[in-house]
Design a protein. Structure first.
Length: 151
């Protein structure tokens, strides 16, 4: 691991999000194993919410898929890893309400919770399976908004 990855790992333990992620993984009866770059991979998540095929709590990445499928999809794993870093930057639990506010904003603007979500955009929309907003979205970006930094 790089020093930055170790720092993220330590930050997410100290801010309680990785222990929370492990608690959630245990309650959901997933199988947890060490992953690359300090991540903990929980596979076989079966609860109905959230609807996503993968999500992150601290340094724990929970997947609906099995371990072989997870490791065969480095693009999605990289996307989820960037969310781990976002947890650390947000000092842990504040990430959750900030993320949900950003998802609500995106939903209002585009009809999709990820396309205009600051956190999903920084993690990589395409890597996370989210569409880029375009002419078919509820809100088409005007050049004046781009110039003013509204996107």
């Amino acid at each position: 691991m790089t020093p930055g990855q170790r720092l993220r790992q330590l930050a997410n333990v100290l801010n309680a999000t990785t222990p929370l992620g492990l608690l959630l993984a245990g309650c959901a009866r997933t199988r947890v194993r060490r992953g690359p770059r300090g991540l903990l991979i929980a596979t076989g998540y079966r609860w109905r919410l959230p609807f996503a095929s993968a999500f992150t709590v601290g340094n724990v990445v929970l997947f609906r898929a099995g371990p072989e499928e997870v490791l065969a999809n480095p693009v999605l794993l990289g996307h989820e890893e960037r969310h781990c870093t976002q947890y650390a930057w947000c000092l842990g639990l504040p990430f959750l309400p900030l993320y949900f506010l950003a998802a609500g904003w995106s939903l209002l603007r585009t009809g999709n919770p990820g396309s205009r979500n600051f956190f999903e955009r920084r993690a990589g929309l395409q890597a996370g399976g989210y569409p880029e907003p375009g002419p078919g979205s509820r809100h088409t970006i005007r050049s004046s908004e781009t110039e003013r930094g509204m996107t």
